[in-house]
Write a new protein. Structure first.
Ligand code: FES
Ligand code: FES
Lengths: 166, 772
């Protein structure tokens, strides 16, 4: 096995110095080395988006990157997006609008949706669907996920608690 | 305020949205000592294992042990029917695991597995239903249901048609793949964390493989990242491998399939083939139907007989067929062992009868919805036409028509029929299609004994409550509903109720969480346990108030008597008083569905407690050049009784519909000539994504729909909505028909754009021949 490499990453605001095997995927680093198991693995082919995290503020599928590629970066995972007492608006949206069933796709969906709202605070329904096309959900049928993102967009725009209409 | 019936978020929603909800494999970082398992997979669909040499694997640093048949202390079988060797000496499908390597890291296990030397003698394989039928390769019993007199029915028919249809299978693609983590617990006994819908059967299989009594094995399922039937029996082999590894090495062992392995190793929805002869009147009334069903069961029997039985029991869907003979066989092929999948054979049976009805309608030149209506069961005052072919009276038969009429009007079906016709007249290359189809789905396990459930409810002195039951949470919202039921039954707020992970050491001998029965069965058991405790507490409170126990009210954490509502006690106060009086503060609950009976040999009786109903209208638009299509609008009206939890139920209807849509349109399983599954990942197996979500999606639950005799008047919801998607298939066919000049339009399933393209080509050719 290849020699280990030293990396430095800031994850959810905490600095980590780790020795990693060069082929270690970022998602495995997060889950197994740091114990941040909120980031999930749903496929082996970078299709499902369950592993989505923010790398320097942008949504990435953490199964498509090596941990070493994140060296020097700042990463936000679902655990760092909000807290149980103070949810991020997107988290609140998924909670309020029943945008989840088994919840396995949820962290990745939320991270992808948060990234969308960073770039485009008032997306149309069409834009939401398009932006989340790379995230799969086997349970919900997507309808409530769209509504959850609309809820979050409204909330962030100050229209507190306004549920999006169908 | 009533807790049951409120639209509340999922019980674990907060944990899910913050990433704190744990799944089985999330436990791994807690066990740094854990070994990782990797399968040695056979490169043949059918072969004899001549030699298996594990030794070379040990040259890979980190490999700790190779598990083979010789290591099994108990029975080398991962099922309960005796036909699923955990370590086979005859390979029965491509990719089957013949040994498992345990190592310090996943990579070492993988490299070790590559080194294991296995010599095979390839054998001839049966890979398609056609081959299996031709060669008589069947397993299990022949099933048959008959009604009336076929001869007579065909004699009375103005038309007799015949047809055949092949239906593709479906990969579950639960987002969380199969996962188990086994270890020796603090007492040295086997504890298996497993992503299983059936902890008791997983426990049974683990105990059987280890040769231990079941009380030595505990199985726990925290939650699953989706199941859909795919973890009903198929979680057990991986739990058994993990347990065997832990048992032999005394270290925790983790088995987690990656997606490729999961798709290659685990069973799917059964592909089916049917051929039929149908007789009808000129008005399109079905008079006689003779239909043979063949399911592709794969290499082992698994749940195939039960799936087939349900297909036979749903060949009627919502229609009265006076003379009927339906026969079914399970084919044995060298493929994965096909298994439970949401609907459990019901969807296949129903797609076939809808096919037959459309064939009749299109042949006669009648609108399919008219032919459907003409064949509905009912009216309710006619026992003959309100009884199924297996002899069960349909007690609320008028609901079929009620839902149908109500939906037709709310979806503006007639107006849109005209609009579609207009659009089609104006557009030679794009055609729209519209269809409405009904659902009637029987609720209960076909196997009567499974219709039982247990619960254990514990009340602590501070008034907080733990609820244990035998059901598992896979996203369907069972825990949410149970939490509501317990809160309602005890009269405490939701927050007072904690749902415990499902464990075999709390409730023994549980049934799988399947057949949509999770909340019916477990909910009723939990309710009974809560009511026992409440009755005891009522006696204590009644003494305090100086009233009759029957006059004590428990609501929202408060207790009072109807005579003096302003004098209130906190629930916890009553609990403490009860404790001081040595009153038992925990109780068990048990439920068995009443009134079920089933004569398995004759296939007659009352297998279902009740039926769930629904209907859907779908509209599509098809491109005549490419066969590409979009679903423009979907309207659904679905009957869940009095909803226990409307958000959860609407979610189930939407999700179920989309999963059915996937099965019937985009999800296409392909096996190559070697028997290797060619569609082994999300890159080759298309799942419904955001683009398949219809832009207009109106889903409503039938109001005022109380189902007496079921917990809080509710109805099961897990499976029935899947079959609402048949409306999409029929709408596509309606659109394809518009390219031709009439007659029966044959459409393959799944109706992929490619299949739609070929169907259009065929009707166009037909129109050229017959049209002008
Ligand atoms: S696990 Fe990364 S995209 Fe599926
Ligand atoms: S909620 Fe289960 S996969 Fe999305």
């Amino acid at each position: 096995m290849a020699e280990k490499v030293q990396i430095k990453v800031v994850v959810n605001g905490v600095e980590h110095h780790s020795e990693v095997e060069p082929r270690l995927l970022l998602v495995h680093y997060l889950r197994e080395t740091l114990g941040l198991t909120g980031t999930h693995v749903g496929c082996d082919t970078s299709q499902c988006g369950a592993c989505t995290v923010h790398l320097d503020g942008q949504a990435v599928k953490s199964c498509t990157l090596f941990a070493v590629q994140a060296d020097g970066s700042s990463i936000t995972t679902i655990e760092g997006l909000g807290s149980v007492d103070s949810l991020h608006p997107v988290q609140e949206g998924f909670w309020e609008m029943h945008g989840l069933q088994c919840g396995f796709c949820t962290p990745g969906m939320i991270m992808a949706a948060a990234d969308l709202l960073n770039r485009n605070p008032q997306p149309s329904e069409e834009e939401i669907r398009h932006a989340l096309e790379g995230n799969l959900c086997r349970c919900t049928g997507y309808h409530n996920i769209v509504r959850a993102v609309q809820y979050a967009a409204n909330k962030m725009a100050g229209k507190v608690g306004v549920a999006a209409d169908d | 305020m009533k807790v049951v019936g409120q639209a509340i978020p999922h019980e674990s929603a907060r944990e899910h949205v913050t990433g704190r909800a744990l799944y089985t494999d999330d436990l791994l970082p807690r066990y740094p000592q854990a070994l990782h398992a990797w399968p040695v997979q056979a490169p043949h669909a059918h072969a004899r294992v001549l030699r298996l040499e594990p030794a070379p694997a040990h040259r890979v640093p980190g490999v700790v042990r190779v598990l083979t048949a010789a290591d099994v202390p108990g029975l080398n079988d991962a099922g309960i029917k005796g036909d699923e060797p955990l370590f086979p000496c005859e390979v029965m499908y491509h990719g089957q695991a013949v040994a498992w390597v345990l190592a310090e890291t996943e990579e070492a296990a993988r490299l070790g597995a590559e080194r294991v030397v296995v010599e095979y003698e390839p054998l001839p394989a049966i890979l398609t239903l056609e081959e299996a039928i031709a060669q008589g390769s069947f397993q299990g019993a022949t099933l048959q249901i008959r009604r009336g007199d076929l001869e007579q029915g065909f004699r009375a028919s103005a038309r007799v048609l015949s047809g055949a249809l092949y239906l593709g299978g479906q990969e579950h693609f639960y987002l969380e793949t199969q996962a188990s983590l086994a270890l020796l617990d603090e007492t040295g006994h086997i504890l298996v964390h497993s992503s299983t819908q059936h902890p008791s059967e997983t426990q049974e299989v683990v105990a059987q493989v280890l040769g231990l009594p079941r009380n030595q094995v505990t199985v726990q399922c925290i939650r699953m990242g989706g199941g859909f039937g795919g973890k009903e029996v198929q979680a057990s082999p991986y739990a058994a491998v993990a347990a065997l590894g832990a048992y032999l090495t005394r270290r925790p062992v983790r088995v987690r399939l990656n997606r490729w392995q999961d798709i290659a190793l685990t069973g799917k929805r059964h592909p089916f083939y049917a051929r039929w002869k149908v007789g009808c009147s000129e008005e399109g009334r079905l008079l006689a139907l003779q239909i043979e069903l063949f399911s592709d069961g794969g290499w082992s029997l698994d749940l195939s007989e039960a799936v087939l039985a349900r297909a036979l029991c749903h060949i009627d869907n919502a229609y009265f067929i006076p003379h009927l003979e339906v026969t079914g066989r399970v084919c044995k092929t060298h493929k994965t062992s096909q298994t439970a999948f949401r609907g459990f054979g019901g969807p296949q049976g129903m797609v076939f009868i809808e096919e037959v009805l459309t064939q009749v309608a299109q042949t006669l030149g009648l609108p399919p919805e008219v032919v459907r209506e003409r064949n509905f069961y009912g009216p309710s005052d006619s026992p003959e036409t309100s009884t199924t072919h297996y002899g069960q009276p349909i007690k609320d038969v008028e609901r079929i028509r009620l839902i149908w009429d109500e939906l037709k009007s709310s979806a503006e079906f007639e107006r849109r029929r005209r609009e579609v016709a207009l659009f089609n007249a104006q557009n030679p290359q794009r055609k729209r299609g519209l269809a409405i189809t009904p659902v009637k789905f029987g609720i209960s396990f076909n196997f009567t004994a499974y219709n039982q459930a247990g619960a254990l409810v514990l009340v602590y002195q501070d008034g907080s409550v733990q609820v244990n039951h035998g059901g598992t949470e896979m996203g369907q919202g069972l825990y949410t509903k149970i939490q509501q039921i317990a809160a309602e039954a005890l009269g405490v707020p939701l927050e007072a109720i904690r749902l415990m992970p499902t464990r075999t050491d709390k409730i023994p001998n549980t049934s799988a969480t399947a057949a949509s029965t999770g909340s019916d069965l477990n909910g009723a058991a939990v309710k009974e346990a809560c009511e026992k405790i409440k009755a005891r507490l009522a006696v204590v409170a009644a003494q305090r108030f100086g009233v009759n126990p029957a006059d004590v009210v428990f609501e929202d954490g408060q207790v009072w008597s109807i005579w003096k509502p302003e004098e209130r006690l906190a629930f916890a106060e009553v609990v403490r008083a009860a404790y001081a009086q040595r009153v038992q503060l925990f109780a068990d609950g048990f439920y068995r569905t009443p009134g079920l009976h089933w004569d398995k040999a004759r296939m007659r009786g009352k297998p279902f407690h009740y039926f769930a109903y629904g209907a859907a209208v779908s509209e599509v638009e098809v491109d005549g050049f490419t066969g590409q299509y979009t679903v423009r609008r979907v309207d659904i009206l679905h009957d869940v009784g009095d909803s226990l939890s409307p958000l959860i139920d609407l979610g189930q209807v939407e999700g179920g519909f989309m999963q059915g849509l996937g099965w019937l349109t985009v999800e296409d399983l392909r096996w190559d000539a070697e028997g290797r599954l060619a569609t082994r990942s999300a890159s080759t197996y298309k799942l419904p994504s955001f683009s398949e979500l219809p832009p207009v999606f109106n889903v409503r639950l039938l109001p005022r729909a109380t189902e007496t005799g079921v917990v809080y008047g509710s109805k099961a919801v897990g499976e029935p909505p899947l079959m609402l998607a048949i409306s999409v298939r029929e709408a596509l066919r309606d659109a394809v028909a518009a390219f031709g000049a009439g007659g029966y339009v044959e459409l393959a399933s799944p109706a992929t754009p490619e299949a739609v393209y070929w169907a259009i080509e065929k009707v166009r050719r037909g129109a050229l021949v017959f049209g002008d």
